[in-house]
Design a binder for this molecule. Structure first.
Ligand code: ACM
Ligand code: ZN
Length: 480
């Protein structure tokens, strides 16, 4: 089974085809916990109120897939190591239909993932209907062409999710025990928003919705009060349709060139006693985070947002790069929480030859650099897919599956997970699950490519970036 149950013991006998399945809600079980007792007389599923029974049914479905109609008698007691087991889909770089998202969500629920991190705003598109700021769906959701890597098109493209569609997705997820965590990335990755509201940038000059990959220069101006008013009103609008506990406010890849040259941003730094532009990002993040916290939400940011050292500890940090100068450690030492999403392990937009299934499975869940009880700070893990180079549903699916399943087991089993070989064997037996849900998963021969295949896939992937792109990315990284 995947994820592998915490405790499982075979007992005497067989439960023949047709033995009754009984269900029982047990308030004494912890959140997300469930038990299964299979005896010759009956199959008894017990679950915590809420999602426990659904998880028990999911496990039973997998048992039937493995053993067929006649099940060996057994006792299972199960529950997760981490409460935050997440998958992220970038719908900003490319729009994916509600049906496609539901397929991805349904498949994720099968492996007991419980948060859908929905990346819906970036340089290349803003993907929600906004009642308060309609130009966001009218202008920010459409770009004039696509120039991602080797792919070029001068066709307009875009799309956005209506408020009803968002509610539909949120409800669909809710029934599967999944909380939707929307992400409005800021202060960088906002070119699409600025295309509709250019007055919110430092220069206030017109920009167009992004048409290529990379790191863009324009940020929200941190010196203008109007920026904060805009964001707060936008959030008010969104909080109505996203009822979950967590809200992601981005914070990655925000080069500081504009802020350093902006008199308003400089004035803000002086007034607030901020020593550098990274501290200004911390200030920016804290203002939005405290707005969300006052509304009962837990804000999440990417790790760059804590580089200034002044982000409130109540803001959870999502780790994707290494800790440059121990700033992440400092945030966790203050009591901050972390979500693990390391680029080399968890990013499914890279081919398997660059980040194999094994790499995903072998994510370190209590990194030594967090200190002795660093593991305590970990809320969970996330698998991600960025979609600059993914335009088709099938490609999305084969890149994510089965890597998302490996991440699900990391989050469910934590340090107690088994050897990779054991995981692979179990996954091979459960492969028909992907067929059942119509998901184009990568077949076993593609999970851990040999050196030659890996080199070819790496070369193909690298062809998406010119030498100039690489140089530009290096320069931008230095200023983050
Ligand atoms: C990221 O990959 N820019 C979070
Ligand atoms: Zn500014």
């Amino acid at each position: 089974m995947i994820p592998r149950p915490r405790k499982m013991k075979f007992t005497e006998g067989i439960a023949a085809k047709g033995v009754p399945v009984k269900e029982q809600i047990c308030p004494e079980l912890g959140v997300e916990e469930y038990c299964i007792h299979i005896s010759p007389e009956q199959i008894l599923l017990k679950g915590s109120p809420g999602i426990g029974l659904f998880y028990a049914r999911t496990t039973l479905e997998q048992l039937r897939m493995i053993y067929g109609e006649e099940l060996p008698c057994m006792e299972i007691e199960d529950g997760p190591a981490y409460s935050y087991r997440s998958f992220q889909i970038d719908c900003a770089r490319h729009y994916f239909s509600v049906d496609e998202l539901k397929k991805m969500i349904r498949m994720s629920a099968e492996f007991k993932l419980n948060h859908f991190h929905w990346h819906i705003s970036d340089d290349q598109g803003f993907r929600l209907e906004s009642r308060r700021y309609p130009r966001l769906h009218e202008i920010s959701s459409v770009r004039a062409g696509d120039h991602f890597g080797n792919y070029h098109s001068d066709q307009k493209s875009g799309g956005y999710y209506t408020r009803d569609e968002v509610k539909d997705i949120v409800d669909y997820c809710g029934n599967l025990g999944i909380e939707v965590v929307p992400e409005i990335d800021m202060p960088g990755h906002v070119t699409a928003i600025l295309a509709a509201y250019p007055e919110l940038s430092c220069l206030g000059e017109p920009v167009e919705v992004g048409m290529k990959a990379g790191i863009f220069k324009e940020l929200f101006c941190a010196g203008k009060e109007e920026t904060f008013t805009f964001i707060e009103m936008l959030l008010d609008d969104l909080l109505e349709i996203f009822p979950g506990k967590y809200f992601h406010i981005g914070g990655d890849e925000a080069p500081k060139e504009r802020w350093k040259a902006c008199p308003r941003c400089q004035k803000r730094m002086e007034e607030e006693g901020l020593k550098n532009a990274q501290e200004l990002q911390g200030y920016f993040c804290n203002r939005i985070a405290s707005y969300l916290r006052a509304k009962g939400r837990i804000p999440i940011v990417w790790n760059e947002a804590v580089y200034g050292g002044n982000v409130d500890k109540e803001v959870a940090v999502q780790l994707w790069t290494e800790d440059k100068d121990n700033q992440i450690k400092a945030h966790l030492d203050k009591g901050g929480k972390a979500i693990l999403a390391m680029v080399d392990h968890c990013y499914c937009d890279y081919p398997y030859g660059m980040h194999s299934l094994k790499d995903m499975y072998e994510l370190e869940v209590s990194p030594a650099e967090f200190g002795e009880d660093g593991g305590e700070a970990v809320l969970g893990a996330e698998c991600l897919v960025w979609t600059e180079f993914i335009r088709e549903n099938e490609r999305l699916e084969e890149l994510c599956w089965p890597r998302f399943a490996a991440s699900a087991e990391v989050g469910w089993c934590g340090k107690a997970r088994s050897e990779y070989g054991d995981f692979r064997d179990r996954l091979t037996k459960l492969f028909p699950l992907f067929e059942k849900y119509g998901v184009h998963a990568t077949k076993p021969e593609g999970w851990d490519p040999d050196e030659e295949t890996a080199a070819r896939q790496t070369e193909e992937f690298q062809m998406n970036f010119s030498e100039e792109d690489r140089e530009e990315a290096r320069r931008a990284q230095e200023d983050i």
